[in-house]
Design a protein around this ligand. Sequence first.
Ligand SMILES: [Zn+2]
Length: 188
Amino acid sequence: MPEGTGGAGRELPWRIGQGWDLHRLVPGRRLVLGGVEIAHERGLAGHSDADALIHAIIDALLGAAALGDIGAHFPDSDPAWKDAAGTDLLERTVAALARAGWEPVQVDATVVAEAPRLGPHRERMRDAIARGLGVARAMVSVKAKTAEGLGPEGRGEAISAQAVALIRAARPAADETRRARSPGTAER
Ligand SMILES: [Zn+2]
């Protein structure tokens, strides 16, 4: 039974969560979004790789499971997360959800960036995120828009991202049954 569901777990086996993140765009940093490195004259500042898109998704997942936030799980005061890849943190988040009895189902996200154009990178981002979540690419949506020149994103001072995530109670018993029936079959 997932943490926090109590006896009502079977009545509410689905949860949603939302996440938001923003990082400053600065010279001399790589730009990594959705697990994909993108050629740009500036990159996002941060303790880790500052992948704002994946960080927003992580917070959406943690929020759905009521497991706190990214800062609690991967504090930027901890040298272990220096330059940590967003995809690595995403996989660790999925593992934390699994320990609490949850598994990701679907993610929808929006990146707000004046530049660079993200459309050409969208499919690779979806692939990287889907891999990290352990879901099919069809379950991952990445949208991109500008801020019409307004605010920190519009002035090119920052890139932000928002995400919602749907998770469901994991069914370990069913998984065990499936494994027993088809030994050697790779999960996902
Ligand atoms: Zn972040």
